[in-house]
Design a protein around this ligand. Structure first.
Ligand code: ASP
Length: 306
């Protein structure tokens, strides 16, 4: 079952915890009536980086569970006046927030806060480190279409080095027995992929990664996370690592095409594929609400009001 006060990452979770969250999330898929599981609780969404899908779906999820949800963004908060993250959190907790959903550009920010917080911390993406609810919603989407993921081949392609989505997915898919292939330009690949698990392999080219895959997950180049030229040109990138119809033809027939968003159409993926019959990109978005309901409910049940 679930007994943790926080969800900080996929790392450290075991198969039964992941199974619990995924099964609970599956029960929330589809149009869900409001419940009162978190009635009287206060959830504060603290997003120090831009977000469309994650912030909105955490808000919807909290409201579906009957909680009061407040959104704080850095441009309108005292962070822009020099307040530290810890002071911000202490102030929010003084107002009796129960769950803090945090997105931050610094890897490790939620882990740091969890050591000091009285409330539950949910990681909504920390730097290049982890994005656990994204991996859970990706796996929920895959499981719904493919069933058991043991032995499935999942190709994750693009800017792996700077992607918290790739990292959390590699860890979670490994836990579920899927084979993960990572590919991208050499400057965008981690040196030690093996650390992500025994089922993770680095592939030199996109076609090697896509060949016979059950799932092809494309990633955006995370321009905001590095300076300087990690790539020759965007055109060159699209030519070598962009997914087009011919390249997708190398995957298994009816392989799923995924992308965490935001999509850069015409760069890492063509519009024909993003909007095509094999794309489950909007199913991922829908699964996001279900997964975030399961996570908020789980941490909310574990820890009482702050
Ligand atoms: N939305 C995802 C994230 O926050 C992926 C991306 O931004 O490319 O990591």
């Amino acid at each position: 079952m679930w007994s943790r006060p926080h969800l900080l990452g996929i790392e450290g979770l075991d198969a039964s915890e992941v199974g619990y969250l995924l099964d609970r999330a599956a029960s929330f898929l589809g149009p869900m009536p409001k419940t009162d599981a978190l009635h009287g609780r206060v959830i504060v969404n603290l997003f120090f980086e831009s977000s469309t899908r994650t912030r909105t779906s955490f808000e919807i999820a909290g409201k579906k569970l009957g909680a009061d949800v407040i959104n704080v963004s850095p441009s309108t908060s005292s962070v822009s006046k020099g307040e530290t993250l810890l002071d911000t959190i202490r102030n929010v907790e003084a107002m009796h927030a129960d769950i803090l959903v945090l997105r931050h550009a610094s890897s490790g920010a939620p882990q740091f806060l969890a050591k000091h917080a009285r409330s539950s911390i949910v990681n909504a993406g920390d730097g290049t480190h982890e994005h656990p609810t994204q991996a859970l919603l990706d796996v929920l989407t895959m499981r719904k279409r493919l069933g058991d993921l043991k032995g499935c081949i999942v190709a994750i392609c693009g800017d792996i080095l700077h992607s918290r989505v790739a990292r959390s997915n590699a860890l979670l898919l490994g836990l579920l027995g899927a084979n993960v292939r990572l590919t991208g330009p050499r400057t965008m690949l981690p040196r030690e992929a093996a650390r992500l698990g025994p089922t993770v392999t680095i592939m030199p080219t996109l076609s090697d990664a896509v060949e016979g895959a059950d799932v092809v997950m494309m990633l955006r180049i995370q321009n905001e996370r590095f300076s300087g030229a990690a790539l020759p040109t965007t055109r060159e990138y699209t030519k070598t690592f962009g997914l087009n119809t011919a390249m997708l033809g190398r995957a298994k027939p009816n392989a799923l095409v995924m992308h965490p968003g935001p999509i850069n159409r015409g760069v890492e993926i063509t519009s024909a594929i993003a909007d095509g019959g094999q794309s489950v990109i909007l199913d991922q978005v829908a699964a996001g609400v279900a997964v975030r309901m399961a996570v908020l409910e789980a941490v909310g049940r574990t820890r009482g009001a702050a």
